[in-house]
Design a protein around this ligand. Structure first.
Ligand SMILES: Nc1ncnc2c1ncn2[C@@H]1O[C@H](COP(=O)(O)OP(=O)(O)OP(=O)(O)O)[C@@H](O)[C@H]1O
Length: 303
């Protein structure tokens, strides 16, 4: 029997002062999945996850977390869902140890905070007051507090913003370990590398709507111009002939270098074209488009 999704969002709508921030968003997240929400500033990502956390009440639509309504069943949802705190929610004078102990006490069966603190490299800061922590240390404490209730679902908004590259990689590893234990992760991120590395599926949200929903590889494949070829030709090449290449999406010339994006067919055709004209392609590079390219393509397409 298929299990019910851990998170269900159906036609979610939320306006602020009559202006829609979330305008009909739907997605489901399955047990053990890392689901990413990606989108430009102001797209409605935080509003969406706040409705999932029960911090905001939707104007309309349906949100369920493990089958429960996060607003009506707030307490029961809070027991299964770990959320990354907003900075203003923590007392500046609280030490790291006190914060961990306090938040552990909220849950019936909390995780042991010591290995969590060690994992997040907070063990040397246990006696430091929250206000004295660096931005990255605060961020790591918020991640620890999100995980301390040993939740079934964890919602992380801007997980690694403000972390240095090493702390970012450690955090990714931690999230992968958390998922390996069967925890479902809803992750809002601006970092393509993070989304590509961690997420099983991603909803690209733009202007309050889902512009695309797929695996990272699927998003890249479906973006036009999934293959990019660039070279410096040894002789002149006519733009008209280049523009006639099959499946060509973009053509760019800069400092004698030509960059084309399209598909594998575009690449084969340009190589034949060069051969026909006896032109050599210097510094030839063929690369797959990245999630960055797909993101720009998808969000520009809906602009
Ligand atoms: N409390 C609020 N009152 C009024 N407008 C708000 C409020 N919160 C968000 N908005 C507006 O709603 C829209 C969506 O905001 P939201 O924070 O959900 O976007 P976001 O995708 O998380 O953005 P960012 O990437 O910049 O964090 C924005 O236009 C924002 O200005």
């Amino acid at each position: 029997m298929p299990t019910a999704p851990v998170i269900e969002v159906t036609d979610l709508r939320k306006s602020y002062a009559g202006r829609p921030a979330v305008d009909g968003v739907s997605f489901t997240v399955e047990e053990g999945e890392i689901f990413g929400i990606l989108g430009p500033n102001g797209a409605g990502k935080t509003t969406t996850v706040e409705c999932v956390e029960g911090l905001r009440e939707p104007d309309s639509g349906r949100v369920r977390v493990t089958g429960l309504d996060p607003v009506a069943d707030h307490e029961r949802v809070a027991r299964v869902l770990g959320a990354q705190l907003q900075e203003s929610r923590l007392q500046p004078k609280l030490t790291v140890r006190e914060a961990l102990e306090l938040y552990a006490a909220f849950y019936p069966a909390p995780a042991d905070w010591r290995p969590l603190a060690e994992r997040l490299r907070l063990e040397e800061k246990l006696s430091t007051r929250f206000a004295k922590l660096s931005g990255g240390q605060k961020q790591r404490l918020f991640i620890a507090l999100a995980l301390i209730g040993d939740p079934r679902v964890v919602v992380l908004d801007e997980l690694t913003t403000g972390l240095d590259p090493r702390a970012r990689r450690d955090t990714w590893q931690l999230i992968e370990d958390v998922r390996a234990r069967g925890v479902t992760v809803l992750l809002v991120t601006h970092f393509m590398e993070e989304a590509q590395r961690l997420c099983d599926r991603i909803a690209v949200i733009d202007r309050g709507r889902v512009a695309a929903l797929d695996t990272p590889a699927g998003l890249i494949r479906r973006s036009a111009g999934a293959t990019v070829i660039s070279f410096t030709p040894s002789g002149p090449l006519d733009d008209r002939e280049l523009n006639d290449l099959p499946a060509l999406v973009a053509l760019d010339r800069k400092d004698g270098r030509i960059t084309l994006s399209g598909t594998d067919d575009t690449v084969s055709a340009v190589l034949s074209l060069l051969a026909r004209h006896h032109i050599t392609a210097h510094q030839l590079r063929v690369t797959d488009a990245t999630l960055d390219d797909a993101f720009l393509d998808l969000t520009e397409a809906s602009a």
